[in-house]
Design a protein around this ligand. Structure first.
Ligand code: C6P
Length: 410
C-alpha cells in the first residue's frame, strides 16, 4: 500500500521530535491520538519563541511587548474562525478546553433560559464532559435530561430521537464523533430536526475537529466546542464557538478583569464579545500557538491527512479482524481513524501493559464514557487511534505485539 503522492509521512514524522524517542528500549508507536496528539516542532518552537521574545499581558499594556502578544493572540482567533468557518471572529471564545466550553454553555445559557420541565437531549455515546454539566444544570433548574438510544454497534436510533423531540425540547447537545468508538454521528439531521422544534444544538467537536472539514455555518450548529491538544496544539486551551446573537444574549460565566466595560461598586457593565466570556488573564501562550498547529494541518491539508488515516484505518481493521476472539465495537462505515475492540478472555488493562512493554501506547478502559460501556455491557475496550504521522509499518508492529501479548495472556 502506498501513501498519497503529495503526502510524505516520513518527512512529516520528522516534524515531531517525540516520535524519535524510545519506550522500554523500543521505538515509540504512539496510537493514543484520540486522547491527545503529539506536537510538531513549529508548535513547540512558537511556544519557546513567545516566552523568549514577547511574553506580556494582552489587551491592556501600551508597550511593544503587549502589542505584539495581543496581535498574536488575536491572530489565533482569526485562524480558529477560518478553521471552523465561523462568520465572525467575535464568535470564537478561548477556554481551557472542550470540558470548560460545554460547562460555560450549560451554566450560562442554562441558568438564563432553562425552565422547570424543559428537556435537554444528549446521546448514549457521550463523553462525561457532555453529560455531567447538563445533569448539574438540569437538577438546578428542574429540567429533564433525555438520552438518544443506540444499537449494539453504537449507531444512534434516529427514529427514537425524532420521537423524543417536542416543544419541550430546548437544547440538544451531541458528540459529533464518538471518542470511544470513532463513529461519526448524523449531525446534519440531528441539527435540522432540533431546529424544527426551535431547540438549540451544541456539537462536541473534540474528536471531529482534527479529522473532518468543519464549517459551522453550513452545519448550522448553534455551538461547537473543541480542545487545542487534540489538533496538534497545546494542552490547557480550547474553543467555544457560538452564534453571535446567542452569545450576546447569554450572561457571562466568570466575572473579573477583561470581561467588563465599566465597574462601580453599585453596578458593572459587561464588555463586548468575545471578551465578555474571557475573564482574567487568559492562557496567552497556548492560545497563540494554536495558530501554528492549525497552519500545520492546513499545510498538509485535512483531506490528505484524512485519506492517509483512512488507509491506516482500513488496513488495521482488516488485520485486527484476523485475530481470534477479537471484536471491534463500532464497526461501521462512517467513522474516523479510531478502533475500539474487546478480546475474549482478555482484560484491556493487562493488554495495555504488555503493549507498553513493546513501546506501543494505546488507551484502555471506559474512555470517560461509562454510560456507554454500561450500555454495551463491558468494562471497557482497547482503543487505537491514528493521526497524520502514523504508518502502516506501525500497524504491523501493533499486530505482531498483539499476537505476542495474547500468547502470554491466554
Ligand atoms: N477525550 C479521550 O481519550 P478535554 O479533556 O476537555 O480536552 O476534552 C474532553 C472531551 C470531550 N469530548 C470528547 C468527545 C472527548 O473525546 C474528550 C476528551 C479524551 O477520549 C480524554 S478522556
Amino acid at each position: 500500500m502506498s501513501n498519497p503522492t503529495s503526502y510524505d509521512v516520513a518527512t512529516l514524522r520528522n516534524l515531531f521530535p517525540i516520535l524519535h524517542r524510545k519506550v522500554k528500549g523500543k521505538d515509540l508507536v504512539y496510537l493514543d491520538n484520540a486522547a491527545t496528539s503529539q506536537k510538531p516542532i513549529q508548535v513547540i518552537d512558537a511556544l519557546v519563541h513567545y516566552y523568549t521574545h514577547y511574553n506580556a499581558n494582552i489587551h491592556r499594556g501600551l508597550h511593544t511587548l503587549a502589542d505584539e502578544a495581543t496581535a498574536a493572540y488575536e491572530a489565533a482567533r482569526v485562524a480558529v474562525q477560518q478553521f471552523i468557518g465561523a462568520a465572525f471572529h467575535e464568535e470564537i471564545i478561548f477556554t481551557k478546553g472542550t470540558t470548560e466550553s460545554i460547562n460555560i454553555v450549560a451554566r450560562s445559557w442554562g441558568s438564563a433560559f432553562l425552565q422547570r420541565g424543559d428537556e435537554i437531549i444528549i446521546s448514549s455515546l457521550e463523553h462525561h464532559a457532555n453529560i455531567v454539566p447538563w445533569q448539574m444544570i438540569a437538577e438546578e433548574k428542574g429540567a429533564i435530561l433525555k438520552v438518544i438510544p443506540m444499537d449494539d454497534n453504537g449507531v444512534l436510533d434516529m427514529g427514537a430521537y425524532s420521537n423524543m423531540l417536542s416543544e419541550k425540547t430546548k437544547f440538544v447537545s451531541i458528540i459529533h464523533v464518538s471518542n470511544a468508538l470513532g463513529i461519526i454521528n448524523p449531525v446534519e439531521e440531528i441539527i435540522a430536526l432540533a431546529h424544527e422544534k426551535n431547540a438549540l444544538v451544541l456539537l462536541d467537536g473534540a474528536q471531529s475537529c482534527v479529522h473532518l472539514d468543519i464549517d459551522v455555518k453550513k452545519l448550522d450548529c448553534d455551538f461547537y466546542v473543541f480542545s487545542g491538544h487534540k489538533i496538534y496544539g497545546p494542552t490547557g486551551v480550547g474553543v467555544l464557538y457560538g452564534k453571535r446573537e446567542l452569545l450576546e444574549k447569554m450572561p457571562p460565566f466568570l466575572g473579573g478583569g477583561e470581561m467588563i466595560k465599566e465597574v462601580t461598586f453599585e453596578k458593572t457593565t459587561y464588555n463586548e464579545l468575545p471578551f465578555k466570556f474571557e475573564a482574567g488573564t487568559p492562557n496567552i501562550a497556548d492560545v497563540i500557538v494554536l495558530k501554528p498547529a492549525i497552519d500545520f494541518i492546513n499545510n498538509y491539508g485535512k483531506a490528505n491527512i484524512r485519506a492517509h488515516e483512512e488507509e491506516l484505518l482500513a488496513y488495521a481493521t482488516s488485520k485486527l479482524k484476523e485475530i481470534e476472539g477479537l471484536k471491534i465495537i463500532g464497526d461501521v462505515q462512517n467513522k474516523i481513524s479510531v478502533i475500539s475492540f474487546v478480546i475474549e478472555g482478555v482484560h484491556p488493562q493487562d493488554l495495555a501493559i504488555l503493549l507498553d512493554n513493546q513501546g506501543i501506547a494505546v488507551r484502555t478502559g471506559h474512555h470517560c464514557a461509562q454510560p456507554l460501556m454500561q450500555r454495551l455491557g463491558i468494562v471497557g475496550t482497547t482503543r487505537v487511534s491514528f493521526a497524520a504521522y502514523n504508518t502502516l509499518a506501525e500497524i504491523e508492529v501493533l499486530i505482531a505485539a498483539l499476537h505476542k501479548s495474547l500468547k502470554m495472556l491466554r
